[in-house]
Design a protein around this ligand. Structure first.
Ligand SMILES: C[S@@+](CC[C@H](N)C(=O)[O-])C[C@H]1O[C@@H](n2cnc3c(N)ncnc32)[C@H](O)[C@@H]1O
Length: 343
């Protein structure tokens, strides 16, 4: 028997096919990105259209666009209905702007993550991020200085958080609290969903000034301005005081242990006596099974300098910040609610 590392004259090509798909994965990713940039899915919202018409609207060459859409149709993103005419599929529909379940903004942000990933070898050698090398600044200061990119990032986060919000709301009893502080709450999609499902609960959304400002109008649109305060600041300095629970979704994974512990310590000193800490993250499972956050972990390595963590790593973080991890509540998504109280 040959060992797995020994190649025999191949008779079964499935391992080559599987590897080739991975090797060329960025072809697909870039094709989806450019289709999203051109707004092709939005142009198709009322039904299939000839490629020539799509090309005119998008300002590109019809033959080249045909080749792009034919390739994307081969992986189910669009569908060629009759010769030269393309329509939406369930996958393509998610590239529309602002529809429920949209992933368009998150797709557009891949332009920035892609550039950081290109330099991943630097992170392997140094454990430093690459985003700042490529863009000249770390991610969050870069977003503060580039409002158009920040709008894409915030909407991209909203895209992804919207996918898991119902699962989080269903998994945890938020009605036990008077006031819930969402630390780094972004545009407020999760807090909005939690407040809507728990009518007696009051919220505080906390984020950096430009993000908090944007959340204000979102809360007003959701009719929640009277139950949700918006606070701006820096969680490395302090977080809003007197919350009964502090929720941090996709915050701790952005940072290395030292910075994550600083944020958690600020929550510790801000919360009411019986306050709870609710970190919402994906807890990395042991073993080789596919898990989206194993890949997001590498994106954290290159983009923010953070990491995804195992249960043991979360326990250690909690302990270092003065918390006791009480429960890990799984949700119907990869996210879990990692509950803690003061030790
Ligand atoms: C990965 S996003 C997560 C957003 C949201 N919690 C979600 O899951 O959709 C990280 C958030 O942390 C915020 N943030 C980054 N640095 C911060 C700081 N120093 N103080 C407060 N918020 C900060 C960002 O503006 C952003 O909204």
């Amino acid at each position: 028997m040959p060992s797995p590392g020994q190649l025999q004259e191949p008779t079964d090509h499935s391992s080559a096919d599987a590897l080739l798909q991975m090797i060329t994965g960025f072809w697909t990713s870039q094709a989806v990105l450019v289709a999203a940039k051109l707004g092709i899915a939005d142009l198709l919202k009322d039904g299939p259209k000839p490629c020539a018409e799509l090309a005119r609207s998008a300002g590109v060459r019809p033959q080249a666009l045909y080749r792009l859409l034919r390739a994307l149709a081969s992986v189910g993103v669009f569908r060629e209905e009759e010769e030269g005419c393309f329509g939406l599929t369930p996958l393509g529909a998610r590239l529309q702007t602002g529809v429920p379940g949209s992933l368009r903004a998150f797709t557009l942000f891949q332009e920035y993550q892609y550039r950081a990933w290109e330099a991943v070898l630097h992170s392997l050698r140094t454990e430093e991020t690459t985003f700042d090398k490529v863009q000249g600044q770390p991610l969050f200061p870069y977003l503060a200085a580039h409002p158009a990119v920040a709008a894409v990032f915030n909407e991209g986060m909203t895209n992804l958080t919207a996918q898991v919000a119902a699962a989080v709301v269903a998994a945890y009893d938020f009605a036990q609290f008077g006031t819930l502080v969402d630390v780094g709450g972004g545009a407020g999609i999760l807090l909005t969903r939690i407040l809507k499902a728990n009518p007696a609960l009051r919220g505080v959304l906390f984020d950096v000034p430009h993000v908090a400002e944007n959340a204000k109008s979102r809360m007003a649109e959701a009719g929640l301005s009277d139950r949700c305060a918006i606070a701006a600041g820096d969680f490395f300095q302090a977080v809003p005081p007197r919350g009964d629970a502090y929720l941090l979704k996709w915050i701790i994974h952005d940072w290395d242990d030292e910075r994550a512990i600083t944020i958690l310590k600020h929550c510790h000193s801000a919360m009411t006596e019986r306050g709870k800490l609710l970190v919402i993250e994906a807890v990395l499972p042991p073993g080789n099974a596919p898990f989206f956050h194993k890949w997001l972990d590498l994106t954290m390595l290159v983009v923010t300098g953070g990491r995804e963590r195992t249960e043991g790593e979360y326990r250690a973080l909690y302990e270092a910040a003065g918390f006791r991890l009480t429960r890990i509540i799984p949700t119907a998504s990869e996210m879990s609610v990692i509950e803690g109280v003061r030790a």
